[in-house]
Design a binder for this molecule. Structure first.
Ligand SMILES: NC(=O)c1ccc[n+]([C@@H]2O[C@H](COP(=O)([O-])OP(=O)(O)OC[C@H]3O[C@@H](n4cnc5c(N)ncnc54)[C@H](OP(=O)(O)O)[C@@H]3O)[C@@H](O)[C@H]2O)c1
Length: 309
């Protein structure tokens, strides 16, 4: 089967799109998926560049990609919930490259794909959406009527986080560059702060929750806008110093696990129209290097998706 892979750490130039041995047949509790689209997430190029080799050492060849959408090719002996031909979305585990023609996964990493979504739209949801769900719906506490600041609202994680926070009744403020202000407003943020024109510390205060998707200086300055007793929910982005004790707040770094439950909830909310798939920028799988280079700019509106034939 064709897959994207690399044999050493390095720049996007090392990505190859070529034949590798085809995934075998699914075992008990597993499903084999013909991948139609997989998304590119920052973790893909951070691992590829070798930035995370101390935490997640890789065995080469590495096939990148953590999520996608496709059609079930075959199911394991005891699988009754899914059938060949069903359209599904999935989050793969680390080291299980989603950017390949076929992938085999356990059913708890898979959700039926609503027919209201295209494969590319659906492929952009799982990792960003599940990360946001865990941060906002599980770790941020009560949200109804609360003031929530979401950093990087134009990206994959922030874009779903805004919609999830609104779904649970939060009053959402978000940051992005000025070029993305209208887009971020359209996702449901009632206040959008253009970080290249305005300083968020001057624009918001007494927030109940800050969702920090940036780390570094953005994390440091976010303590100034949290009210006492507030919650700073963080993903692993740039390193930061935890100053929660000094400011009398709680800092939580989310752990993405048990992905299937949040994934199915997200799919149900897209069917209800509560959550809209973020816009996608599509690349043919053979142009994965260009897709990685775009992701590495750190200035993404919505999602980047690789399309397989
Ligand atoms: N398990 C985990 O801990 C976990 C899971 C998923 C993601 N992450 C991390 O979370 C981060 C975000 O992921 P993502 O998928 O959302 O990335 P993404 O889709 O590439 O989006 C990055 C966004 O950052 C925005 N941005 C850049 N500088 C900014 C600033 N100073 N203030 C506010 N926004 C700024 C950009 O908006 P503009 O274009 O408007 O500048 C862009 O939309 C990444 O570092 C990723 O590795 C961690």
């Amino acid at each position: 089967m064709k897959a994207i892979f690399y044999n050493e750490y390095g720049s996007a130039d090392i990505l190859q799109f070529d034949d590798i041995p085809e995934a075998a047949e699914p075992g008990p509790g597993e499903i084999k998926i013909k991948v139609k689209a997989s998304s590119v997430n920052p973790i893909d190029w951070k691992v590829r560049a070798g930035y995370l080799q101390k935490i997640f050492p890789q065995e080469f060849p590495v096939s990148p990609g953590r999520d996608g959408a496709g059609v079930i090719e075959s199911v394991g002996s005891d699988v009754t919930e899914f059938k060949s031909g069903n359209n599904v979305v999935f989050v793969s585990g680390r080291g299980k490259g989603a950017s390949a023609e076929y992938i085999i996964l356990p059913t708890d990493r898979i959700s039926p794909m609503p027919d209201t979504l295209s494969f590319s739209e659906a492929a952009g949801i799982p990792l960003s959406g599940v990360t946001s769900w865990i941060a906002i719906a599980e770790d941020a506490g009560e949200l109804d009527g609360r003031k929530v600041l979401i950093h990087a609202g134009a990206g994959g994680v922030g874009g779903y986080a805004i919609q999830i926070a609104r779904h649970f009744g939060a009053e959402v403020s978000a940051t992005c560059s000025h070029a993305n202000v209208d887009f971020v407003e359209s996702l449901g943020a009632s206040q959008v702060i253009a970080y290249d024109n305005q300083d968020f510390v001057e624009e918001v205060s007494e927030m109940d929750v800050v969702f920090d998707t940036m780390g570094g200086d953005v994390h440091k300055r976010s303590y100034d806008v949290l009210k006492k007793g507030g919650i700073m929910v963080c993903v692993n982005a740039a390193p930061f110093e935890d100053q929660s004790k000094k400011f009398g707040v709680t800092t939580k770094v989310i752990i993405v696990k048990d992905e299937g439950g949040p994934l199915r909830k997200l799919m149900a909310l897209t069917v209800e129209g509560e959550i809209k798939a973020l816009p996608v920028q599509e690349f043919p799988a053979a142009q994965a290097a260009d897709a990685h280079r775009l992701s590495e700019t750190g200035h993404i509106r919505g999602k980047i998706v690789l399309v397989f034939d």
